[in-house]
Design a protein around this ligand. Structure first.
Ligand SMILES: [Zn+2]
Ligand SMILES: [Zn+2]
Length: 732
């Protein structure tokens, strides 16, 4: 289907006023039972992709005119179907392209949601809320900006930006050359500090220079990483293509900002869109290149509504829109790594992605030396081993900075009474309430329930209730105490600071705290994985992970992969600046790991910075166990008032699938239902069931056919509050 196809068909009744039938996607609740597309009429013909306001029940909502169902669709409405007229058209907003419609339709199909839900959620909220009149006013304001930007384009020759681009290293040049000449998809495997961003910038520049309309989409996993990226792209491209050529798209923007960025991309005025996972749906009619930075990051997977993977959709979209796609990482996901294995005669599936290697670090010191501390050799209960504390002390005394990583915020994961065994359990969840000492509260990190810390044990009245385990808050306090006599070269006491989700709630707080680190006001930074991601700490020469072992024996088979990526990324924070290291007397940067399992293969691979070895070990295990990427998975989850009710529903739909002999069933394995690891959240019991197949297609067929049975069975299970399907789930 092309953009020229029209979904509107003219009524053949010559006497009546001409009616053009329209098939419209509207945001219906996921399981409302309303058909995929609703039928309306309009007195003018509207091409598919047009944005319209339509009545829905008593409300008026935004809809997208869709292609006629089937080949041409019925010329007239079937007997008995009543269609209402549309309420209006959003004039001035060009119709969404056929490729955008295919992207959203594919997303809905693949992730088992309704088309209307996905299509409408992919549009900026204000577009959904503004009336045609408000929209027209908004658009009237835009031309002046467009003209302003247009005045600055094109200015390809003699622009100052030409000198801003540093020459590429041999490795970078080779990667860029292959990206320019091969079709891809590309997996840019480059160690931290190897200059992947420069390759992105170069490839974007090439794509934009090759075609005066071309657009590029650059995605990052975290909102916090967009400002620094935006700065680099604006610096490079604004002098060439104008100030409006680079726009951002992420959920921390205000609704008017989001609409403005969206319109700029949709009209082609913005040549570059930078954003988080939601940006994968940006309407970009002239998309030529997509970059997915840190492609292994779990944040690319949406965790509610349509649970899409923006990375996977980027690869699909690039192929569909004939664009190139670069996935970049120092620790690629095992899926992408496996897809980029070299092709071989006996393995024709190999080489689906082209792997580009960039092993060298640019302008940075050598990769940090990894030191493992065997905690079995340390005094019982020690949080910081003596050698680690010594190393931190020495660095601080030399004026260097350290980063201490712990993936648990709060002061302690639980409060405990030794007398009666009481624990600070959340009354609404099967989880402990975390002790936050700073405001003397107990907080549930699952449902948010917050209480004052009781003065005495609610069970027996004992006043001696104590925290067990530790979080970042406690670590910060303990470190400050341990380092209280340590003096920096500026003759002041050592300063310890903490960055995690609790300290960065306020807008701009993270930026402020990072600035304090950069400004040298902080000597030791304590934080969660948040600080390990992408931030450029030039003066940090030591990174320590104090309790990373948990992930080694997790029930989630992806936990080791995530831990390895986190530790590699954290190690990459150390020694970012070779000049600085040299000035400090050339002490090589170090990464310290405190572990009870120093012999674990994950740590020995980490010690060598050997991602390929780690990956091949993991892939072998996954192959032996028949797990992704050697199998495809989906989860069906049910939430109910009781665990029995949730599991009964899953057992029933499982049986119904067998009774109905659903297509694909022969190639699909249905596991029995089990409770989630955190079984109860906010008084809701949760159960899930794994569905697995070695054929992606068979799994898809099965899930599509299963949907209607799930809807039907729900009626017999009143206690079920909701159910959902998660295709290619990230956590099991
Ligand atoms: Zn007690
Ligand atoms: Zn709770």
């Amino acid at each position: 289907m092309t953009t020229e196809t029209t979904a509107s068909l003219t009524s053949r009744d010559a006497c009546a006023p001409e009616k053009h039938w329209l098939w419209v996607a509207v945001a219906t609740p996921a399981h409302s039972g309303i058909g995929e597309l609703l039928t309306y009429w309009s007195d003018t013909a509207l091409p598919p992709g047009s944005l319209v306001r339509v009545p829905l029940g008593r409300r008026e909502v935004l809809g997208v005119v869709w292609d006629a169902p089937g080949d041409a669709g019925p010329a007239e409405l079937p007997e008995g179907v009543k269609a209402r007229a549309i309420a209006g058209v959003l004039q001035g907003v060009e119709a969404l392209s056929a490729s955008w419609r295919r992207l959203t339709a594919f997303t809905a199909r693949y992730y088992q949601r309704t088309l209307g839900e996905v299509a409408l959620a992919a549009l900026p909220p204000q577009l959904r809320d503004l009336t045609p009149e408000q929209m027209a006013r908004r658009l009237k304001r835009a031309p002046s900006q467009a003209a302003q930007a247009a005045g600055m384009i094109p200015n390809a020759e003699g622009a100052p930006a030409a000198c801003a681009a540093p020459p590429l290293s041999a490795e970078q040049g080779q990667a860029a050359e292959l990206i320019a000449t091969r079709p891809g998809p590309f997996l840019l495997y480059g160690s931290t500090g190897s200059g992947k961003t420069e390759v992105y910038l170069h490839s974007v520049q090439q794509a934009l220079a090759a075609d005066p309309l071309a657009q590029a989409l650059v995605m990052v996993p975290e909102i916090n990483l967009t400002p620094q990226l935006e700065e680099r792209f604006v610096q490079r491209f604004a002098p060439i293509y104008g100030a409006g050529a680079v726009v951002s798209m992420h959920s921390a923007m205000t609704n008017p900002q989001r609409l403005k960025s969206w319109l700029a991309a949709h009209t082609g005025q913005a040549r570059i869109v930078l954003g988080t996972r939601m940006a994968v749906f940006a309407s970009m009619p002239h998309l030529a290149l997509i970059v997915v930075d840190e492609e292994h990051d779990a944040s690319y997977k949406q965790q509610e509504g349509a649970r899409y993977s923006a990375r996977d959709l980027a690869v699909w979209r690039a192929r569909e829109q004939n664009a190139k796609v670069i996935l970049g990482s120092a620790t690629p996901s095992l899926e992408s790594w496996h897809a980029s294995r070299p092709p071989a005669k006996e393995d024709p599936q190999g080489g689906r992605y082209l792997r580009l290697n960039m092993p060298s670090r640019i302008g940075a010191a050598e990769l940090p030396r990894v030191r493992l501390v065997d905690m079995a050799q340390q005094p019982r209960g020690a949080v910081f081993s003596a050698p680690l504390l010594q190393a931190i002390t020495e660095r601080v005394e030399r004026g260097e900075q350290c980063l201490v990583l712990l993936n648990r915020r709060g002061f302690a994961p639980v409060l405990h009474c030794k007398e009666c065994g009481w624990k600070s359990d959340c009354p609404h969840c099967s989880a402990h309430q975390v002790f936050h000492k700073i405001d003397r509260t107990l907080r549930c990190h699952h449902c948010g329930f917050t209480q004052r810390v009781p003065h005495s044990c609610p069970g027996c009245g004992n006043v001696d209730i104590a925290p067990i385990g530790r979080g970042t808050e406690q670590l910060e306090e303990q470190l400050a105490a341990l380092l209280r006599n340590v003096i920096t070269p500026e003759r002041r006491a050592a300063r310890v600071a903490r960055i995690d989700a609790d300290t960065t709630k306020a807008k701009g707080a993270l930026q402020e705290q990072l600035a304090a680190v950069h400004g040298g006001e902080v000597d030791v930074l304590v934080g969660t994985q948040m600080v390990a991601k992408g931030h450029d700490f030039r003066r940090i020469t030591l990174v320590a992970a104090v309790q990373p072992d948990g992930a080694l024996f997790s029930s989630d088979f992806r936990a080791p992969e995530r831990l390895f990526a986190l530790l590699m990324q954290a190690a990459g924070r150390a020694g970012r600046d070779a000049n600085y290291i040299a000035k400090q007397g050339g002490n090589p940067p170090e990464m310290w790991i405190q572990t009870w399992h120093p012999e674990h293969p994950l740590y020995s691979a980490l010690r060598q910075h050997d991602y390929p070895r780690f990956a091949s070990g993991q892939l072998q295990e996954r192959m032996d166990a028949g797990m992704p990427p050697f199998a495809y998975q989906a989860l069906v989850r049910a939430d109910a008032r009781t665990q029995e009710a949730a599991q009964a529903f899953l057992n029933a739909v499982s049986q119904a699938a067998r009774d109905a002999q659903l297509p694909g069933l022969a190639h699909v394995f249905l596991f029995p239902p089990v409770p989630l690891v955190v079984q109860r959240v906010a008084n809701v019991e949760r159960a899930q069931m794994l569905v697995e197949s070695t054929h992606r297609g068979a799994l898809q067929h099965f899930l599509a056919a299963w949907q209607s049975l799930l809807h039907a069975e729900r009626v017999n299970h009143r206690a079920v509050i909701r159910w959902l399907i998660d295709v290619d789930p990230q956590g099991i």
